[in-house]
Write a protein that binds this ligand. Structure first.
Ligand SMILES: *Cc1c(COP(=O)(O)O)cnc(C)c1O
Length: 362
């Protein structure tokens, strides 16, 4: 048997073992067709069906109806930082951004290259330690949209609830929390997510967009950059990342088998609690970075007394089969990313290791 690590990588991240094995089985000969999916025309029936089935399955799991379109695009979530303002920020309007972490900041910076922007709220001066409170009154007059990052992957914070922005179209980067918890996504005009955290491998980016908003997109930009082009062709305008979509299809079916988003949300809360409980009971040996009320269940971040102790912690963790616990290079510290594909067992093993390490060193 292959030895598998306890994988806490932040992204690309752990995929369910069942999914990897299924893909392995179909890798060379897809459904008995004599060639692999990667060698097939994207105009073939098999790919067309896979594409459509995956779009419908995702919409259903998100709790949305057919007043939304699902698009499969390339370029990662970072490309959406630019495509959003290119499509939806006309010169006579202002786009609102809420800065809650470095990805939110990057999204904002891309929009400043396109048109007028306004920072509705920011946690930058507080080192991203919490989610700032803001209301409709903090938005610019004549708003094009308001953009938020629902879960802050690098820092380890998240919105517990969807903020109220009145009638302003609300857009969210959900790359690191999509399908991890139940939210009323009907409140959004658009959400987007790179696949490589909760949906599958890298290569495909999901955009879910309200049809009536989609129609208002700019027609002054090249067609390949328009959301409308992708929607009009069911994301088969040009060659899509077929293998990534196939892997996502398997992950979505696995998600259904797990009991759907409700079940995974409970599981994710239980997983994160195991680790936060050790942090909180450690008497300061482990120091949580984010205000308790804004903590993420997906990315759990903490610090220890000094760099040496942190290095020691990581080194020993690697010897024990844990992968990916170093914090992002921009913030340091430690981070455990416990996405949908990370098991309760892995989180329990990590919590045990942390408690053990604290006892020995503390
Ligand atoms: C990982 C991540 C990104 C960047 O995704 P790419 O696909 O690498 O461009 C953007 N936003 C959030 C919230 C992320 O977690």
């Amino acid at each position: 048997m292959t030895k598998r690590l306890y994988n806490f990588n932040p992204g690309p991240a752990a995929l369910p073992l069942e999914v990897l094995k299924q893909a392995q089985e179909q890798f060379v000969d897809y459904q008995g067709m004599g060639i692999s999916l990667m060698e097939m025309s994207h105009r073939s029936r098999a790919v067309e069906e896979l594409n459509l089935e995956t779009q419908q399955l995702l919409l259903k799991l998100l709790g949305l109806k057919d007043d939304y379109d699902v698009l499969f695009m390339g370029g990662g979530a970072s490309t959406q930082f630019a495509l959003l303002p290119l499509n939806f920020l006309p010169q006579d309007k202002t786009a609102n951004y809420v800065l809650t972490g470095s990805f939110a900041d990057k999204a904002y910076k891309e929009a400043t290259h396109v048109g007028h922007t306004h920072v509705a709220a920011s946690a930058k001066e507080q080192n991203w330690q919490s989610i700032p409170v803001f209301t409709e009154a903090d938005l610019a007059p004549n708003s094009a949209y308001a953009h938020i990052t629902l879960n802050n992957t690098i820092e380890g914070s998240r919105y517990q609830d969807i903020p109220d922005v009145g009638n302003t179209p609300l857009v969210a980067d959900m790359t690191s929390d999509i399908l991890s918890r139940k939210l009323d996504l009907n409140r959004f005009s658009m959400i987007y997510a790179g696949a490589q955290k909760n949906l599958g491998p890298a290569g495909v980016t999901v955009v879910v967009i309200r049809k009536d908003w989609l129609e208002q997109g700019s027609k002054r930009i090249p067609e390949i950059l328009r959301y409308m082009t992708f929607a009009g062709h069911k994301s088969l305008y040009n060659t899509p990342p077929v293998h990534s979509i196939y892997m996502m299809n398997l992950v979505l079916k696995w998600t259904v088998q797990q009991g759907g988003v409700e079940q995974l949300e409970q599981q994710n809360a239980a997983k994160a609690k195991l680790i936060y409980d050790v942090i909180d009971a450690s008497g300061g040996f482990y120091q949580g970075i984010i205000d308790a009320k804004d903590r993420s269940d997906m990315n759990i971040t903490w610090r220890m007394a000094n760099e040496d102790m942190q290095r020691k912690f990581i080194k020993e963790s690697e010897a024990k089969g844990f992968e990916g616990l170093a914090g992002h290079r921009s913030v340091g510290g430690l981070r455990a990313s416990a996405y949908n594909g990370v098991s309760l067992e892995a989180c329990r093993a990590l919590a045990d290791y942390m408690a053990d390490f604290a006892k020995k060193q503390g």
